[in-house]
Design a protein around this ligand. Structure first.
Ligand code: SF4
Length: 84
């Protein structure tokens, strides 16, 4: 979950987003330029209290870009493929 989404998507089902650590750091770490490191985003996700809910949201909504719930795009795609 990322700050832009947090500030634009509001509904009772998404209240968990208010605890998102990325809301405090900004979205840059979570949507790096192609080929850039996602290490810092993953480190922040590792400390985030809503990591599981974030990853579930990303998988349920087929989020294709950025780091969500500590996983990169490629890692989420691999997880989807293995969970079929
Ligand atoms: S798990 Fe990562 S991307 Fe998701 S809300 Fe937390 S800090 Fe943001």
């Amino acid at each position: 979950m990322h700050i832009d989404t947090i500030t634009t998507v509001t509904s009772p089902e998404l209240d968990w987003q208010q605890e998102a650590l990325c809301a405090q750091t900004g979205a840059d770490f979570f949507f790096p330029e192609p080929g850039s490191s996602v290490r810092e985003a993953k480190r922040i996700c590792g400390l985030c209290p809503i990591r599981s809910a974030c990853l579930e949201y990303a998988l349920d909504n087929d989020e294709r870009f950025g780091v969500w719930g500590g996983l990169s795009e490629k890692e989420r795609l691999a997880l989807r493929r293995t969970s079929r």
